[in-house]
Ligand binder design. Structure first.
Ligand SMILES: Nc1ncnc2c1ncn2[C@@H]1O[C@H](COP(=O)(O)OP(=O)(O)O)[C@@H](O)[C@H]1O
Ligand SMILES: [Mg+2]
Length: 253
């Protein structure tokens, strides 16, 4: 298996607080890695460092073997790093369909695949609808983004990500705030994405049943440091995870 993404000694300090502490980890193609740890462990901050939302204090990030540590978030995205869209990246007054179509179009342009916009309009719409069908939003494709429920907004974020066709998928608690009947749609979709062995998926998730079902590997962050990395069953059974989830101090780690 090939390493698609690699962080080496990746560190960020906020004042005196080390939020991510020298995390070295490689993510291989065809693998779904669950990232777990208590609240405040540094999971989201680790994602922010990888996607370029915040600069690292030290250490490096490599994507497809290239150092991307000094690149902007959009340049990292262009190179295949796919972080689930925040709604602030969407055009709120445009429809669900138009947003996805624009994402596919932007992605094409960026990759240099110039083509006739007029003749491809239908093809583009079909493609966008296909993506929306995957997240079960096709029935409300014409709705403006502002009118979507919270759960549907989260699904649209996933649709936008799929439209970008990244090498690395990054999901930070993708079903947070979703109802019990909405969450499976997103989780099934992540399971589908797993089938694509050219990609790697990073998933921050709290629910152990979800992790057991989806993860090929688990890494554990605690106080910003990587404290466990390995086979899901072994990591879940380990003292490190048992104690982290019981909220005890990991004094002996
Ligand atoms: N921009 C920031 N400035 C200062 N402290 C931050 C910032 N972002 C995160 N932190 C701190 O870093 C730690 C890790 O936060 P976070 O990555 O959000 O944890 P998790 O996602 O694992 O719950 C927390 O103590 C948080 O308060
Ligand atoms: Mg978080």
């Amino acid at each position: 298996m090939t390493d698609l993404l690699q962080t080496s000694n990746l560190t960020v300090r906020f004042g005196g607080h080390v939020a991510v502490d020298a995390v070295s980890c490689s993510f291989r193609a065809g693998e779904l890695t669950a990232i777990v740890g208590p609240n405040g462990a540094g999971k989201t901050t680790y994602f922010n460092l990888i996607s370029g939302q915040i600069p690292a204090s030290s250490g490096s990030v490599h994507l497809l073997g290239q150092d991307i540590g000094r690149l902007s978030p959009s340049e990292r995205c262009r190179r295949g790093l796919g972080r689930a869209f925040q709604l602030t990246n969407l055009f709120p007054k445009l429809s669900v369909l138009e947003n996805v179509r624009l994402a596919i179009q932007a992605h094409r342009l960026v990759r240099g695949a110039l083509f006739s916009m007029a003749s491809s309009h239908t093809a583009l719409t079909d493609e966008a609808m296909a993506v929306l069908e995957r997240v079960r939003l096709h029935a409300i494709a014409e709705q403006p983004v502002t009118e979507l429920s919270h759960g549907n907004q989260r699904k649209l974020e996933v649709a936008m990500l799929i439209a970008l066709d990244p090498k690395v998928y990054m999901f930070d608690e993708p079903t947070a705030g979703m109802s019990a009947d909405e969450a499976p749609v997103v989780l099934d979709l992540i399971a589908e994405l797993k089938a694509d062995t050219d990609r790697t998926i990073l998933l921050v998730e709290h629910k152990m049943d979800v992790i057991r079902t989806l993860a090929d590997r688990i890494i554990v962050l605690h106080n910003g440091a990587l404290v466990a990395d390995g086979d899901p069953a072994e990591v879940i059974a380990s003292d490190v995870v048992q104690e982290a989830y019981m909220g005890k101090e990991l004094a002996d780690v």
